[in-house]
Design a protein around this ligand. Sequence first.
Ligand code: NCD
Length: 305
Amino acid sequence: MLRHVLSTAQFTKEELEKLFIEASKMQKSIEEKRFLNLMDGKIMATLFFEPSTRTRFSFETAMLRLGGKVVSNADMMSTSSMRKMETLYDTGKTVSQMVDVIVMRHFEPGSVAELAKGSDVPVMNAGDGIGGHPTQGLLDVYTIWKEFGKLDGLRIGFTGDIKNSRVIHSQLEILKQYDCEFVFVSAKELCLDDETRMELKEKNVSFSETENLDDVIGEVDVLSTSRLQKERFANPDDCEKFRGLMTVDKAMLAKAKEKMIVLNPLPRVDEITLDIDSDPRAKHFEQVKNGVAIRMALLKWIFEL
Ligand code: NCD
């Protein structure tokens, strides 16, 4: 059985704990600027059908840090054989004849799983439309785990474009396994989708929904923020009426607990402002660092090393 990484829902609590411990070890080797040789002889292909800055570089850096090599196409949409109507299944089959692991980002939910069906090597989902973004979800939860040394007992707020954020959905799939309390803060139209709300209810997860960040900022241990996902709106201009409603700036953070953290996967637009960058509670650039470590740990897991 190939160890694909398609969704955060696939990981048990035991596996998550092991992954986080492994990531902390990887982090040490990153800080010491060492290259490991765990991926010696292995090649990663990164196939990106959607824009990316962090995620692709992060996967590639992780592979290079582990001593592997990378072949990359950041513009699959215009330069791959998809233009000649090649199916994802065939693309997966083909690329997997040459490399040892495939990383893919695409705009269509389920597309990475489709490519994985054809692939003879493990496939990692780097974001499939609004479907999910498992490695981002994992690095975010790892960031929480590092900060608090635990996940149980935390009150976690989610704000911004919750409905369209694949990152928040991937975070939730992990966090709902723990004894956390969730608070969703967003305009009604952008708050929880019915499916996720039902799932949380079925699992007896304790959660509430509100439109006002002011009401909850002082009560959360973690605030997971997300930008308006303009490109996911049927009419992108419709998102403008929500702009600025849930901004976390210095004044907002002044009302938060001293020991809390703010997460953002980046890119930011205006949901977190520059004036919080120097606040130790704002973790967005630390998340970028943690991302390389988590992806190194995942690569090790994939190959059962
Ligand atoms: C996120 C994504 O692509 O889903 N970015 C990332 O991978 N770090 C978040 C976003 O685009 O808002």
